[in-house]
Design a protein around this ligand. Structure first.
Ligand code: KG4
Ligand code: ZN
Length: 400
C-alpha cells in the first residue's frame, strides 16, 4: 500500500538537535541539523546536562527552520515522529516532550521511533530516493522499485553502538534481530577517546578520518582479541546455532585498542607534544583539518592511521563473516562512523569481492539527523502504529 504523507521528524538523542520533513519515507523535503560540537568541545566529549540545555534552546527554531525550508506550516504535516531512544535520557526527553505537545496542539498523530532503526532507514530513504529519480514513477510499490533483496544485514556503527542486525520486511512492517554487538566501547567511542588522548579534541572521528590519510597504516601493529562466549545447552538447534554464531564470531570489542594506543603514547614519551597540541587547539575557535595537521608529527600521524586501519579491518572482517554465516543478500553500513572514508572504501572493495551489494547513507545522513527518523516512521504511519499520549523516552530502548 502506498499513501502520500509528509512526516515531520524530530531527533534529540545525543548532541544534535535535528528536524526534517520527509515525504512518504523516500524524499527529503528539508533537513536541519544543529550541532552542539562547539559547546562540548572544551570538555572533550558530550556533557549530558549541557546537551539537554542546548536541545531546549534549539528545538523550536530548528523545527521552524525545517518547516520553513519545506515551505509548509504545522497544519500541512500528516504526522510528527520523534526519537524515543536509545540515547541520553535528558536529551531524549526534550524531543519527546516537545513532539507530544506539538502533535497534541495541531491534532496530528505521533510516532515513536527507535534511533537505531532511524540509522537503518537512512539507507533505505536514499535508495528509494534514487530509485524514484531513475524511474520517476510516483506511487508505485517501493519494494519492487528499489530491488532490495532480503535478508539484509545492517551494521549500525556510531558513537553509542556497534551492532549487527538482520532486518526483514513483511509488507510494510520491519523486524530486526541482533546478531552481534560491542561488548564494551562502540567504534565511534574508540575514535573519540583516542582523539581525546592524543589532544585532538572532540568529536574524534572526523578528525582522525582527515589525519589518517597522511600516516602509514603499517607503522603500529594492533591486534583484536578473539571473543568467545559460553554456549548454553537445552536450546533447540536453530537457537543454539544463533547463539554460537553471535557470541563467537560477531561481537566486537574496542576498549582494548584504546588502551593499546595509551600504552604506545606512554612508552614513546608522546605526552609533552600532546599537551602542546591540546593548548594550541584550545586557542583556535573552529579548527580546520590543516590546523590539526600542522600540529601533528609523523609519529602521531602514523599512530592515527594504524589505529583507523585496525578498527576498519575488524569491522569489515567480522561483518562479512556474519553476512556469510547468515547468507544475507544485502549489506547496509550506517551510523556516524559510516561517514569514515576508509571504512566505506574497504567495505565497498571487500563486499564486491564477496559478491555482496553494500549500501551506505550519504555522508550527511550517516551522522545523526531527523530525516532518518521521519523515514523510519513512514511504515508505522501506514500501519497506523501511533504512540499513545503517555509514552516516554527510553534511554536503553532495544531494537526488535
Ligand atoms: O550516529 P552518530 O552521529 O551519533 C550516535 O548515534 O552516536 O555518531 C557519532 C559518532 C562519533 O563517535 C563520531 O566521532 C563518529 O560517529 N564519526 C566518525 C566520522 N564522523 C563521525 N568516525 C569516523 N570517521 C568519521 N568520518
Ligand atoms: Zn546515531
Amino acid at each position: 500500500m502506498n499513501c502520500m504523507a509528509l512526516i515531520l521528524g524530530i531527533e534529540t538523542s545525543c548532541d544534535e538537535t535535528a528536524a526534517a520533513v520527509v515525504r512518504s519515507g523516500e524524499r527529503v523535503i528539508s533537513n536541519i541539523v544543529s550541532s552542539q560540537y562547539a559547546v562540548h568541545r572544551p570538555y572533550g566529549g558530550v556533557v549530558p546536562e549541557l546537551a539537554s540545555r542546548e536541545h531546549l534552546r534549539n528545538i523550536v527554531p530548528v523545527v521552524r527552520a525545517a518547516l520553513e525550508a519545506a515551505k509548509i506550516d504545522y497544519v500541512g504535516i500528516d504526522a510528527v515522529a520523534v526519537t524515543q531512544g536509545p540515547g541520553l535520557a535528558g536529551a531524549l526527553l526534550v524531543g519527546v516532550s516537545y513532539a507530544k505537545a506539538l502533535a497534541f496542539a495541531v491534532g496530528k498523530p505521533l510516532i515513536a521511533v527507535n534511533h537505531l532503526e532511524g540509522h537503518i532507514h537512512a539507507v533505505l530513504l536514499e535508495r528509494l530516493q534514487q530509485a524514484r529519480s531513475a524511474t520517476s514513477v510516483e506511487g508505485a510499490d517501493a519494494a519492487a522499485e528499489d530491488g532490495l533483496r532480503f535478508p539484509v544485514l545492517a551494521l549500525v556503527v556510531s558513537g553509542g553502538h556497534t551492532h549487527l542486525y538482520l532486518a526483514e520486511r513483511q509488507h510494510e512492517s520491519w523486524t530486526y534481530r541482533n546478531i552481534g554487538k560491542t561488548r564494551d566501547d562502540a567504534a565511534g567511542e574508540a575514535f573519540d577517546k583516542v582523539a581525546k588522548l592524543l589532544g585532538l579534541g572532540y568529536p574524534g572521528g572526523p578528525v582522525i578520518d582527515q589525519l589518517a590519510k597522511h600516516g602509514d597504516v603499517r607503522a603500529v601493529k594492533f591486534t583484536f582479541a578473539q571473543i568467545k562466549s559460553p554456549q548454553r545447552d537445552g536450546k533447540d538447534n536453530d537457537q543454539k546455532k544463533d547463539q554460537q554464531l553471535a557470541g563467537e564470531r560477531f561481537d566486537f570489542s574496542f576498549s582494548g585498542i584504546k588502551t593499546a594506543v595509551l600504552r604506545y603514547v606512554e612508552t614513546h614519551a608522546m605526552q609533552p607534544q600532546i599537551e602542546a597540541r591540546r593548548s594550541a587547539l584550545a586557542a583556535v575557535a573552529n579548527p580546520k583539518p590543516d590546523d590539526y595537521l600542522a600540529l601533528c608529527d609523523r609519529q602521531t600521524l602514523d599512530l592515527v592511521a594504524s589505529f583507523q586501519r585496525a578498527v576498519v579491518e575488524d569491522l569489515v572482517v567480522k561483518t562479512l563473516a556474519a553476512a556469510q554465516a547468515y547468507e544475507v543478500e544485502t549489506l547496509f553500513v550506517t551510523g556516524g562512523v559510516a561517514a569514515n572514508r576508509e571504512l566505506r572504501a574497504t567495505f565497498e572493495e571487500s563486499a564486491m569481492r564477496a559478491g555482496l551489494p553494500v549500501s551506505f547513507p550519504s555522508r550527511p545522513l550517516s551522522t545523526d539527523n531527523a530525516a532518518m527518523i521521519a523515514a523510519a516512521a513512514y511504515p508505522r504511519f501506514l500501519a497506523r502504529d501511533f504512540a499513545s499520549g503517555d509514552f516516554s523516552a527510553e534511554a536503553g530502548l532495544a531494537l526488535r
